[in-house]
Ligand binder design. Structure first.
Ligand code: 5GP
Ligand code: MN
Length: 341
């Protein structure tokens, strides 16, 4: 994967004078959204720009340890209007780790209200919208953090990567690749990991902070979901799970507690596709995972108004749970009838 020299040079031109910059990333931010935002903001601040990072809603508690995370404004909780002020003043807006402004919920409307700022996309999702002044879109990059590390290296040199930047970029790269196990694992990815490693980051400690810091409630909820709520159908090739708000309350649910559940059915042999449906106040959030050539990005965009990557995608349903699960099963049958499963 090469990043176009023309695009880097266009980006260099945009950054050739001090700018008022806002960096935004997606709703329900994950390690990649946050890691790329912190590191990209750090390098821009170090080169003389004014930087404000904004996320639509709060991040899961197990990412609290990430250095710099408290500097990010959470738009949903921003009663003082700091986000609105930074957006109104911005002359350059970076959109990291998402492909359409609809992934920002109410923060999207806030961004749309500034029609004069230039907009730059740095992302690795499929099917990006084209409403950007500059698009650095690489669906074959395993994470946005990897892309950001490459851009920083090419524009500012490896020496500009601080330990804090290396730590948050590593979190993004590790989480989006499922511990360097999913698609787009390349020799260059490990070269970049080695570069981050040489800043002195403590990889076992980072791993421990991300994966061994969950609540007791999460462990018990996981047992419940797998034992009681997992339905396997389509000849053992598809699984779905669901959680209602009432069930989540029983296990003292905190945002982030269901992270990773959807991957588990894929540990069963012959399983091709897995889905989890999580009830929110006014909609159901859908998460999809698949193995190999099964394209859940296509499935999510067709049946659940969403998108993502080939093997990991998501969307929303506005129907009640029972109807949503029925819609999923019917959609699986249709998808399979077309030879897509
Ligand atoms: P997750 O299941 O981990 O929440 O999301 C998996 C992938 O699908 C992520 O890359 C995420 O950006 C994408 N995704 C999740 N929900 C949505 C959605 O509602 N719309 C779109 N377009 N993509 C989504
Ligand atoms: Mn990502």
């Amino acid at each position: 994967m090469d990043i176009s020299k023309d695009k880097l040079s266009a980006l260099g031109d945009m950054l050739s004078r001090p700018r008022k910059i806002v960096i935004v990333s997606h709703t329900n931010p994950d390690g990649d959204a946050i890691g790329s935002s912190i590191a990209w903001g750090d390098v821009l601040a170090a080169t003389g720009h004014t930087v404000t990072r904004i996320l639509p809603n709060r991040y899961p508690y197990y990412l609290d340890f990430m250095p710099g995370i408290r500097e990010i404004i959470i738009h949903k909780n921003d009663t003082e209007g700091r986000a609105a002020e930074a957006i109104a003043e911005a002359d350059l807006i970076f959109c990291l780790d998402f492909h359409t402004v609809t992934r920002l919920d109410a923060l999207g409307d806030a961004i749309e209200s500034n029609r004069t700022a230039e907009r730059v996309l740095i992302d690795h999702h499929l099917d990006p919208s084209t409403d950007f002044d500059l698009m650095i879109s690489h669906p074959t990059a395993s994470s946005t953090s990897y892309l950001v590390a490459r851009i920083i290296e090419e524009m500012f040199g490896a020496g500009s990567i601080t330990r804090r930047m290396a730590e948050v970029l590593f979190v993004g790269m590790m989480t989006d690749t499922g511990n360097f196990a999913f698609s787009y694992i390349t020799p260059d990815l490990f070269r970049v990991v080695a570069m981050l490693c040489s800043t002195g980051i403590d990889i076992p400690a980072i791993h421990n902070s991300v994966y061994n810091s969950f609540t007791e409630g999460r462990a018990r909820l996981f047992g419940y979901v797998i034992n009681r709520k997992m339905k396997i159908f389509h000849n053992g090739q598809v699984a779905h799970m669901s959680l209602t708000e009432q069930e989540m309350r029983r296990f003292w649910f905190q945002q982030g507690d269901s992270e990773g559940f959807v991957n588990y059915p894929l540990t069963i042999r012959k399983m091709k596709m897995s889905a989890i449906f999580i009830e929110h106040h006014d909609f159901i959030r859908v998460s999809l995972r698949s193995r190999g050539k099964i394209n859940v990005n296509l499935f999510a965009s067709r049946y659940f108004n969403g998108g993502g990557h080939k093997n990991a995608a998501g969307g929303k349903s506005f129907a009640p749970m029972a109807e949503t699960l029925r819609h999923f099963e019917e959609s699986v049958a249709e998808f399979a009838a077309e030879g897509l499963l």
